[in-house]
Write a protein that binds this ligand. Structure first.
Ligand code: NG6
Ligand code: CA
Length: 497
């Protein structure tokens, strides 16, 4: 009897131990437009990001990590749904766009909720809200909370788009009912100033391209808004506010496994860091904003440590797309860059089909479980859904997401073989092994204002990334058979489903 009880107790304990191993807290720290060369762990640039690097130092640094797209909405859509963005026609959304993810759709937070996790998104959303006619003065019931997040504290779209307010579980934060908020992407509200008509109001930053509509905090944005003055954000406070929310969520939910999607707004335009970081990088606001993000990441990791959660938390750090310098504001990003290279050794940048568009920093740590090191295996953000489902023992329905949990945790096992990446306008390219194939596309080879190479060419392009990561040597005519085989494999994926 006694022995039986002991055996039972041992089995139970084993069960408990196993549960705690397969159910770590999961935090995805997601930056906005941060390049692989912006993270000093990659040794490709001149900035110093010690806190972000600490994730690499105690975990795995992926040298072939990808977002599925070179812009925000498509990448975020994929990360959360496991579906390629071009299947949905996902494009950069306006601030009043309807919710892009169907409440019926499988999502990463829903899968983790089934596994018993408490889930939250804190930071940038940019996946739409409501059904197309959102009333900002009422509680919105079609947003992050309807696609799997128990808690949400978000900005609706981007920091350069209206409305410039935070939305907490569907409610605009600090909204005074006596001063209702109205938003339009079609026309201005009578009597409201704009960046174009009232340049004297541009006291914080001026625009270089687009971004000349409604003004808030001395900066004009995309889109028109009226009212809701008490709810309008102050850019300089945004980083601290999201950090505080993230820290609170962790402290409040530490008793049970949690999933936190902590989506920082840096270094997306307008780059307006807190005064504490101004001038710290020597590279102007873009560099300063990155140092601010790095500091926030450090403070967040400290919170995990203080709460005793470090060893039981899987931290994934990445970016939604590659870097851009002038993305619409006169913020010295170009003039003060010096010899820093945000795109690292890759070609192009945000918006580009060349690698710097989607070949992003990707770091993973789980002290005690993941052995520190470097992984050169291919890993795409949209594989998090199937991989984390496998980790937490959840079944999922078929999607583009593949289970590569072993790769994610640095164990031997097969990695993703092929990956479709997207530039802009639904244009895609295909990586298989070390080869990158870009189909023929007509149109400008360079975005004139942003000075980013699009990757478009009226020819086929084929690059061997193992010897030519900078994509300078087009091998398509040298290897016509390889090019044809890549085209065939690519077309099969595009036409599947
Ligand atoms: C572009 C904006 C750019 C940025 C981008 C979205 C102009 C001229 N450019 O249309 O500033 O907001 O959209 O960035 O308006 S993303 O990271 O959210 O995809
Ligand atoms: Ca982005």
């Amino acid at each position: 009897m006694k022995i039986k009880l002991l055996v039972l107790a041992a089995l139970l304990m084993q069960g408990v131990a196993q549960a705690s191993i397969s159910q770590p807290n999961i935090v995805v720290i997601y930056t906005d437009d941060l390049g692989i060369g912006d993270v000093s762990a990659y040794n490709m640039g001149k900035l110093n990001t010690p806190s972000i690097d600490s994730i690499a130092n105690q975990g795995l640094k992926f040298t072939n990590g990808y977002a599925t797209a070179a812009t925000c909405t498509p990448s975020r859509f994929s990360l959360l749904t496991g579906q390629y963005p071009w299947r949905k026609g996902a494009e950069i959304l306006a601030g009043d766009a309807p919710l892009l993810i169907s409440p019926k759709q499988q999502t990463l937070p829903k899968v983790l909720k089934k596994a018993g996790y408490t889930t939250a998104v804190i930071g940038k959303w940019h996946l739409g809200l409501g059904n197309g006619s959102i009333d900002w003065n009422e509680k919105n019931t079609l947003g992050p909370n309807e696609v799997g997040f128990d808690y949400s504290y978000i900005m609706a779209a981007t920091n350069d788009r209206v409305p410039n307010v935070y939305v907490k579980n569907g409610d605009v934060v600090n909204l005074d009912p006596k001063d209702p908020l109205y938003v339009s992407y079609k026309k201005n509200f009578a009597g409201e100033p704009t960046g174009l008509d009232n340049p004297e109001l541009m006291t914080t930053q001026t625009f270089s391209n687009g971004h000349y509509h409604s003004v808030n905090n001395g900066v004009s944005r995309i889109g028109y808004q009226k009212g809701g003055k008490s709810a309008q954000w102050i850019d300089e406070e945004m980083s601290d506010l999201f950090l505080d929310e993230a820290q609170r969520f962790v402290s409040k939910n530490k008793a049970k496994p949690f999933f936190l999607f902590y989506t920082l707004h840096q270094p997306h335009v307008p780059r307006i860091p807190n005064q504490r970081f101004v001038g710290k990088s020597g590279q102007g606001p873009r560099g300063d904003a990155i140092l601010e993000a790095d500091w926030a990441v450090g403070e967040f990791l400290k919170t995990l440590e203080q709460q005793g959660l470090t060893d039981n938390t899987l931290v994934i750090f990445s970016s939604d797309n590659g870097p851009v310098l002038d993305d619409g504001y006169n913020d010295q990003a170009v003039t003060k860059l010096g010899n820093h290279t945000p795109w690292g050794i890759y070609r192009g940048g945000k918006y580009s089909l060349f690698d710097a568009g989607s070949h992003i920093p990707f770091l993973v740590s789980w002290p005690g479980t993941i052995k520190p090191g470097i992984s050169d295996k291919l890993f795409s953000q949209h594989d998090l859904l199937a991989s984390l489902a496998a980790l937490t023992n959840q079944s999922i329905t078929a999607s583009d997401s593949q289970n590569h949990i072993d790769t994610l945790l640095g164990k031997p096992g097969s990695a993703r073989k092929g990956l479709v990446i997207e530039g802009i306008k639904g244009r895609t390219a295909y990586r298989q092994g070390d080869w990158m194939f870009i189909p023929a596309y007509w149109g400008p080879e360079t975005l004139e204002k942003e000075q980013v190479e699009t990757g478009a060419c009226s020819c086929y392009q084929l690059y061997d990334l193992s010897t030519d990561p900078g994509q300078r040597n087009n091998l398509a005519s040298k290897y016509p058979q390889k090019t044809a085989a890549m085209n065939k494999a690519y077309t099969a994926i595009i036409e599947s489903h």
